[in-house]
Design a protein around this ligand. Structure first.
Ligand SMILES: *Cc1c(COP(=O)(O)O)cnc(C)c1O
Length: 528
């Protein structure tokens, strides 16, 4: 404990000297912001919080393969265990803690009603291998969710099973591939167009299943232009992957013309539906000429995500792609709903391209999403989209005199995109600015995405925020922006000063996480 607290006091020292005032503490705790070591550092190998009787003598049946030593897991008492995990939970900044303006992620409030519904035993305890006759209620719920997804998107069919947006992209693009193969054009239609501004998952998905990715270059105005797309069309075109509203926060005004051009060239239109929250109840992708689109239930339909829960990415399909939907899918039969589980059980026009999940997808997310839909109603979903767009434009308008907008003359959809032109000469970067937001108690916005905008800052407040909460956020950002402009670079370049940890090497943390605990070498104390 001694050398650990020495280490922590050092950290705290560094933080407080720059952040202002207080003396380092003995424990390293800063008031109620408490340090918490790893279980391996605080636990004891010879301790357990439970009292289990010694087993009676028995002869192992593992043929000599049984473990010889202990499992080397540290033990804690029950109160120590409780404190450990409660403290860890308190380090998690989430939408329940404060405004979470992470652009493109739609970090909206997760209504507690959804949680209550998902915990009903008939949903919460359902097992994927139960006989179909015992899960008719769950299947009815999946059917009802499908109906809402098809009604809001104007599409023909839906595959519920993909487990995230990127997984939905994969399912949609595999349906496109299957449709092309069914026409005998698999050898020639190899190229997928993807705009420069796209989310990285788009080109990655196309490349993963063997398509060749060709970029549609970015334009000054942030839009994809139909003549740029037409210039790239030919007999080798499999399709285009387009995000609408796009990652610059703008609705693509030429989307109908682009869809028509792609169809005329014999290709398919995949729409990345991550930004669906801006247009629910206002525009139906099916009416715009979309052939496949994933819907991130965890974004648009309020199921928790970002460390708070699993994603779910159903993909809706046009009539051209509907026959290729993957198994499993629902089919109404005389005695209720059935799940078509194998390609061999396909009927009529159905030609499922295969299966992409072991079972049926994220049941808990289906329940939450449908709970959200039913509690809002059609009018409420439309209102949510309108409020999301209004909130983003309010933020944009209130900051536009201090921070620069790359596409400044246009109103935005549900997220406002700033660039770093306004920081030129201040010694402050987009990253510094984002880190200083942490000191103010806000999760940073999305930074450096989309790549087509220099030093991008993408702010998505969602409809969850009240005007009061937006006004405080805007005031905090204005204070920061004025500090940056007034030469207070040190408020940014060392930020965050008040967080439990300062700047981490995030790339290394993500790419080479240390997953195995090694007992550190004992530290030798100096003798004086
Ligand atoms: C979030 C997002 C995705 C990927 O969705 P996941 O659910 O994270 O896999 C794809 N495209 C865009 C534009 C997104 O914002």
């Amino acid at each position: 404990m001694l050398n650990r607290s020495g280490q922590i006091a050092g950290r705290s020292d560094e933080a407080t000297s720059a952040g202002g005032g207080a003396h380092p503490t003995f424990t390293g705790n800063r008031a109620l912001q408490q340090e918490e070591a790893l279980l391996f550092e605080i636990g004891r190998r010879d301790t357990t919080g439970v009292d289990i009787a010694e087993p009676e003598a028995f002869t192992p049946r593992l043929n000599g393969l049984e473990r010889k030593g202990g499992v080397d897991i540290p033990g804690l008492s029950e109160p120590e265990t409780m404190r450990h995990f409660v403290k860890l939970s308190q380090k998690n900044y989430g939408i329940d803690t404060g405004l979470f303006p992470l652009g493109s992620c739609t970090m909206k409030h997760n209504p507690r009603l959804n949680e209550k519904m998902a915990r009903l035993p008939g949903f919460g305890d359902v097992h994927p291998l139960q006989p179909v006759s015992t899960v008719q209620g769950a299947l009815r719920l999946m059917e009802e969710l499908s109906r809402w997804l098809l009604a809001t998107t104007g599409m023909e069919a839906v595959a519920l099973s993909p487990k995230a947006g990127a997984h939905g992209e994969l399912a949609g693009m595999m349906a496109i591939k299957a449709a092309i193969d069914a026409k005998g054009e698999g050898a020639t239609r190899r190229v997928v167009l993807v705009p420069d501004s796209a989310h990285g998952t788009n080109p990655a998905t196309a490349a993963l299943i063997g398509f060749q990715v060709k970029a549609v270059p970015a334009r000054e105005d942030g839009w994809v232009h139909v003549e740029d797309v037409k210039g790239l069309l030919g007999p080798d075109i499999a399709g285009i992957m387009l995000t609408n509203p796009n990652t610059c926060g703008l609705f693509e005004p030429q989307i109908v013309e682009i869809a028509a051009a792609i169809h005329e060239a014999g290709g398919y239109f995949y729409c990345d539906g991550a930004n669906f929250n801006a247009i629910v109840g206002k525009a139906r992708p099916g009416d715009l000429g979309v052939d496949a689109m994933h819907i991130n239930l965890h974004k648009t339909f309020s199921t928790p995500h970002g460390g708070g829960g699993p994603g779910s990415g159903p993909v809706v399909l046009s009539s051209r792609l509907a026959p290729f939907a993957p198994v499993p899918y629902l089919r109404a039969s005389g005695d209720g709903l059935q799940l078509v589980e194998a390609a061999a059980d396909a009927e009529g026009h159905e030609q499922p391209f295969g299966r992409i999940t072991a079972f049926h997808g994220q049941m808990g997310m289906y329940v939450r999403a449908l709970s959200y839909m039913l509690s809002h109603g059609g009018d409420g979903l439309k209102q949510a989209s309108e409020d999301a767009v209004l909130n983003a434009n309010y933020v944009r308008a209130c900051l536009s005199d201090l921070m620069s907008l790359p596409f400044g003359d246009k109103p935005c959809m549900h997220e406002a995109l700033f660039d770093d032109a306004w920081l030129k000469g201040t010694g402050v970067t987009t990253l510094d600015f984002a880190k200083a937001m942490i000191d103010e108690g806000y999760h940073p916005m999305t930074v450096y995405f989309p790549l087509v905008v220099h030093g991008a800052m993408l702010i998505e407040p969602t409809e969850s925020e009240s005007k009061a909460s937006l006004d405080l956020f805007i005031a905090a950002l204005r204070d920061l922006a004025m500090a940056a402009r007034n030469g207070q670079a040190e408020r940014f370049t060392g930020a965050p000063y008040h967080a439990p940890r300062r700047r981490l090497d995030e790339t290394r943390a993500a790419r080479s996480p240390v997953l195995t605990y090694r007992t550190p070498e004992p530290v030798r104390e100096a003798a004086e």
